[in-house]
Design a protein around this ligand. Sequence first.
Ligand SMILES: Cc1cc2nc3c(=O)[nH]c(=O)nc-3n(C[C@H](O)[C@H](O)[C@H](O)COP(=O)(O)O)c2cc1C
Length: 442
Amino acid sequence: MTTATKKHAHLLGFIQHGVNSHATGMWRHARDKVEWNFARPEYWQHMARTMERGLFDAMFIADELAPYNTHEDSSDAIVKWAVQCPTHEPSTIVPIITGATKHLGVGVTLSTAFEHPYSMCRRLSSLDHLSSGRVAWNIVSSYSKSEWDAYGQKMTDRSGRYERLEEYMELCYKLWDSWEPGAIIADKASGIYADPEKVKVVSHEGKYYKCNGRHFCAPSPQGRPVLWQAGSSGQGRDFAAKHAEAIFAVHPTVERMKGYASDLNERLSGTYNRAPGSVKLIYGLQTVVAETRSEAQEKYERIRACIPPEGALAWMSGHFGLDFSKFEPDAIVQNIEVPGIQGLFDSIIYAKGGAPVTVKEAAMIYAQGMGMPVAIGTAADIADQIEHYMDEGGADGFMLAATYTPGCFEEFVDLVVPELQRRGRLRTRYQGTTLRENLLEH
Ligand SMILES: Cc1cc2nc3c(=O)[nH]c(=O)nc-3n(C[C@H](O)[C@H](O)[C@H](O)COP(=O)(O)O)c2cc1C
């Protein structure tokens, strides 16, 4: 492969609007948020500028709507060990991030469970305007019981959630597509702003939603946000293959990545008449980089030492919807269907290449970064691993899970980005103006 024909990696910084992201216990690391406060705009402006300096496609803001409460039927351990808690509302930081940058996109996780499609579309169209077309929506439907409890509703099972989500999307598309080209006239002399003939009234009466009204926002630069999805169950993969423009997954081994890529491509072309490769496959990756391998290994050990075992177990219980406090620590985790995030559960089952994994081991692996592979070493080591996942695992890009912030992203941008560029694996400038244009680049 020549440098010109090599696929470029799409990079996303995977974080949360909270004191801790996806590496449990990181808030207590000596290098975490030194002189930064996650609840202040300056922190997000700095994170955004750092990612833009590294020519990332976007910042990916993960979210959940309430502290998990599966572990011992309580959210005590979640609160105690800062397991994705506190977490602030994610869309509030989008204009701060896009206001501090010119090219960086933002993918915001918003659940469909408790919000009507009408206000969801309005919010996302507004954000797309304010960012000049740099917004993506990570579509989720609330897999966690704690969210349903917090909103005072009875939880729907996976199949019910996906059925409802289908109708949700149908209504969203109707709203986003309801302003026809040429609808805005803006003729000051006559005083006519828009042609009502070209702004359709959306009338929808379905099993789950009703709507009778016009979309309240003028067409945004991207028309609709870039659609992201991370469902990994059979139904989740079908939903992603039908709707998503980028799909997120965590696979601990290259064999699992390969299997996932071919499964997804089959669904795309076989069932949904979409070209294989037309949807970007973005895999989770955690990196620990240093000038030497031994220094990187030491850094990694310091990161692991921050993980609180009880918090780890509580997090796993929250994500998978099973109370792991009821299991013996040395029991083997069985490959079963879980009520929570099935795809991430697989990352535990295959964490040791298919060899049995105990509950205790699973918790520590998971708490480190949701079962993502961890690339530890020099910039060249990490670039080798990235190239391997792209060439052998079908990855189009990576969601880089935060360890200590903003340091982990500064180090990645300073050390790994130039190495990837030297190898022709990363853009040297942004080509497009919208997130969709940048994400769809080869
Ligand atoms: C990499 C990855 C990131 C995810 N991030 C979130 C998130 O931030 N918020 C959320 O509610 N669900 C998140 N999920 C959950 C899924 O989007 C999906 O709702 C969940 O996996 C249940 O669907 P499934 O059973 O088809 O996997 C994530 C899943 C994966 C694999």
